[in-house]
Design a protein around this ligand. Structure first.
Ligand SMILES: NC(=O)c1ccc[n+]([C@@H]2O[C@H](COP(=O)([O-])OP(=O)(O)OC[C@H]3O[C@@H](n4cnc5c(N)ncnc54)[C@H](O)[C@@H]3O)[C@@H](O)[C@H]2O)c1
Length: 366
């Protein structure tokens, strides 16, 4: 199969869909990999690293799309990428179709075979191609939160870990899932006093056990959230209700009672945010203030660390990509129900129920 890896063109996106080691793996499986010149530069990967791994460097993005049987990307396609699409082309990338009717209709019109990273799902319900980005966002949230607390950022000027003789900051994390746990590891590692809230006692028990008592775990409800958040220096929102908009856990009335110049990092902003005063921001303009609380609500946090994010992403996309290339999508999906869940659009029809539901359209059986 011929695999195409174009440079990402969505504003602010510096990740690339394949690392040189991935190229080497596809080439070892007798596939051809076409990489657009400069595709890896944003992630610190020079063109020579791709050629050394066996890729063919292509100057024209149109040629990459035209010659490839399967395009591997990071973000959903944007203009002018639609003009390169053709019926039967396999598009393997994050698609997030349920949030965009216009993109869905474009892909249907172009009759591409759209396989979405975010809907590949294992039998235990986990989403293996989303998990690494939640790990990145969780870890980064503490770094960003610590910066928000610095005086030049308008924060209260408290050092997360304190020093001998001076108390550390109090960090409150809402959600003990993938991103919340990762935030917890980093915050504890930096010496902060950390409290984690969740509605799932099993998640709290797990964190309590592995952190050896270095974190306080609290069952999440309106009263405990209000109590913890109003004492916090840094609040990290990391909740998820699968398939739904994030719940509003911190109303404005609680924000008003927070410490002056404290900070909030709302990781869940990509699902609408779990704090009433959250609104999406960008890496160029990441923070704003409401009631003397610094808010950081960047919707694509992994974009701040494209090098780590590229490797974290490609580590998990490569295996499924190889199956698709080796066997063709039909056989690969027939053998792997997790991968089959990734198929969102095929031959002008929606094949993923939640996407069809989002636009009251029909869902075709595969
Ligand atoms: N901003 C970004 O760049 C970025 C990057 C990656 C992920 N995310 C988002 O971060 C969010 C969390 O992702 P995740 O992978 O950690 O999810 P996850 O499913 O692993 O964890 C979510 C946790 O929230 C808990 N929860 C649900 N309702 C709660 C409540 N009322 N109180 C306390 N806890 C509650 C769940 O029990 C679960 O443990 C998602 O919205 C995801 O899309 C954002």
């Amino acid at each position: 199969m011929i695999i195409g890896v174009p440079k990402e063109i969505k504003p602010g996106e510096a990740r690339v869909a394949m690392a040189p080691s991935g190229v080497a793996a596809f080439v070892a499986h007798n596939h051809t990999v076409l990489v657009e010149k400069g595709a890896g530069v944003g992630s610190g990967i020079p063109d020579v690293a791709y050629t050394a791994a066996g890729a063919k460097l292509i100057k024209s993005v149109r040629e990459v799309w035209k010659r490839a049987d399967m395009i591997i990307k990071v973000k959903e396609p944007v203009d002018p990428e639609f003009s390169y699409m053709r019926p039967g082309l396999i598009l393997y990338t994050y698609l997030h179709l349920a949030s965009s009717e216009s993109l869905t209709r474009k892909l249907l019109e172009k009759r591409v075979t759209g396989i979405a990273y975010e809907t590949i799902q294992l039998t235990d319900g986990s989403l293996p191609l989303l998990t690494p980005m939640s790990e990145v966002a969780g870890r980064l949230s503490v770094q960003k939160g610590a910066q928000c607390l610095e005086a030049p950022s308008g924060g209260s000027g408290i050092l997360l870990g304190g020093v001998s003789g001076v108390k550390p900051a109090k960090v409150v994390i809402l959600g003990a899932g993938v991103s919340g746990s990762n935030a917890c590891y980093i915050a504890v590692g930096m010496g902060a006093h950390v409290t984690v809230l969740d509605i799932n006692p099993a998640r709290l028990r797990y964190l309590h056990d592995i952190m050896g008592g270095r974190v306080t775990t609290v069952m999440s409800n309106h009263a405990t959230i209000a109590e913890e958040v109003t004492q916090a220096d840094l609040v990290i929102g990391a909740v998820l209700v699968p398939g739904a908009k994030a719940p509003n856990l911190i109303p404005k009335s609680i924000i008003k009672q927070m410490k002056p110049n404290s900070a909030i990092v709302d990781i869940a902003i990509d699902q609408g945010g779990c704090i009433e005063t959250s609104r999406p921001t960008t890496h160029a303009n990441p923070t704003y203030r409401v009631n003397d609380v610094v808010h950081y609500c960047v919707a694509n946090m992994p974009g701040a660390v494209p090098r780590t994010s590229t490797y974290a992403l490609t580590n998990v996309t490569l295996g499924y990509g190889l199956h698709l290339a080796d066997k063709g999508w039909e056989k690969a999906m027939a053998e792997d129900p997790a991968l089959k869940k990734g198929l969102n659009v095929l031959n002008g029809k929606i094949t993923y129920q939640a996407v069809a539901d989002a636009f009251s359209m029909d869902c075709a059986e595969i």
